[in-house]
Design a binder for this molecule. Structure first.
Ligand SMILES: NC(=O)c1ccc[n+]([C@@H]2O[C@H](COP(=O)([O-])OP(=O)(O)OC[C@H]3O[C@@H](n4cnc5c(N)ncnc54)[C@H](OP(=O)(O)O)[C@@H]3O)[C@@H](O)[C@H]2O)c1
Length: 324
């Protein structure tokens, strides 16, 4: 089978396509014929040798995929060959076939195509877990989303609105903000034009918001600490800016706010039943037409490095997907 391979750590340009043996499912695994693979920010980290868990070289990037089940490993009884599914994996999805634990596999509705399915689990799963379990977002609360035109940010806008929040979308360009507006944001803030903090204070009568969803980190985090109302929560999602901020501990104390960590992958592993319930609700919303995944561009396997580069260079809107 064909696979995009990382043979030595480096940038996306150093990835190569090669023929490799098809994988064989172990106990509790399924073999899937990959039709589409979602591109995620950590794809760039894993090929650079900078991800928290590194597979041995050579390996394929790709943390999420959609396709058809080809074969069941021993002990798998709740899935069937031929079934249409989405799945997550610790890398390996940018290849024609992959074996993943059956527990990582989610059957998809007939109305969901493989391209949408490949970009669904991580973004929507993360945002829903963050807003539901971690922030306990309530109807009527004010939610500020940073990176609101990107992968997880855009889904946080959609889900926040569905949960009844008043959503303020913040991003770096008009195109990204317009996209966030199309998914339900009530207010739009360009944080490259003027201070995030001042714009939030202006929109909230000087009070700040109840919840901040932050996948960006870096300098903007300082503004976040001063843009939250009493009793508010800041969700730490990621550090797309490349900088992990330090937190002056006096500010959460003085403002009575909570800094809340979110790690969807570990949540799914440690609380599988809660994660399955979340996924059921998200897929039901999709089937009811309440969620509209934004796949802004698809790429061939050969062009997958271009997709990874677009994420790194901040050009991507919504989600990028590699189709096979
Ligand atoms: N905690 C979890 O469980 C979890 C799950 C999924 C993803 N994540 C993390 O969340 C972050 C975002 O992931 P994603 O898939 O949404 O990525 P993405 O689609 O690339 O979106 C990230 C956004 O961050 C903003 N950004 C600001 N500075 C940037 C820079 N120097 N380079 C790139 N982007 C920059 C960009 O928006 P503007 O241009 O508008 O600023 C961009 O749209 C990543 O750090 C990822 O690892 C965490």
């Amino acid at each position: 089978m064909k696979a995009l391979l990382c043979k030595e750590y480096g940038p996306a340009e150093s990835l190569v396509i090669e023929e490799v043996p098809a994988p064989v499912p172990g106990k509790g695994e399924v073999r899937i014929g990959v039709h589409a693979c979602g591109v995620n920010y950590p794809d760039n980290l894993i090929i650079a040798g900078k991800y928290q868990v590194q597979p041995p070289l050579p390996f394929s990037p790709g943390f999420e995929l959609a396709g058809e089940i080809l074969e069941l490993g021993d002990g798998v009884t709740h899935l069937n060959p031929g079934q249409r599914v989405a799945a997550t994996s610790m890398g390996g999805a940018m290849a024609e076939e992959i074996c993943v634990p059956a527990t990582n596999v989610v059957p998809i509705p007939d109305t969901m195509d493989f391209t949408n399915a490949a970009g669904f689990i991580i973004t929507y799963g993360t945002s829903y877990h963050a807003l539901r379990q971690r922030a306990q977002l309530k109807p009527g609360e004010k939610l500020l989303v940073l990176g609101a035109g990107g992968g997880v940010g855009l889904t946080a806008v959609e889900i926040g609105r569905l949960m009844g929040a008043e959503v303020i979308a913040a991003a770096s360009s008009t195109a990204k903000l317009e996209l966030a507006g199309s998914r339900g944001a009530a207010h739009l803030i360009n944080y490259t034009e003027s201070s995030l903090r001042e714009q939030v204070q202006g929109l909230t009568g000087g009070c700040g918001v109840d919840v901040i969803f932050d996948p960006v980190g870096g300098e903007l985090f300082k503004d976040c600490l001063r843009s939250v109302d009493w009793g508010g929560r800041i969700l730490i999602i990621g550090f797309a800016s490349g900088t992990i901020p330090n937190i002056p501990a006096n500010l959460p104390l003085l403002r009575g706010i909570s800094i809340v960590g979110v790690f969807w992958g570990t949540f799914a592993e440690r609380e599988p039943e809660a994660n399955r319930n979340n996924m059921r609700e998200l897929l039901a919303w999709f089937e009811q037409g309440k969620l509209k995944p934004c796949i802004s561009r698809t790429y061939s396997l050969e062009d997958a490095p271009l997709a990874m580069k677009a994420l790194l260079e901040r050009h991507a809107t919504g989600k990028l997907v590699v189709t096979l």
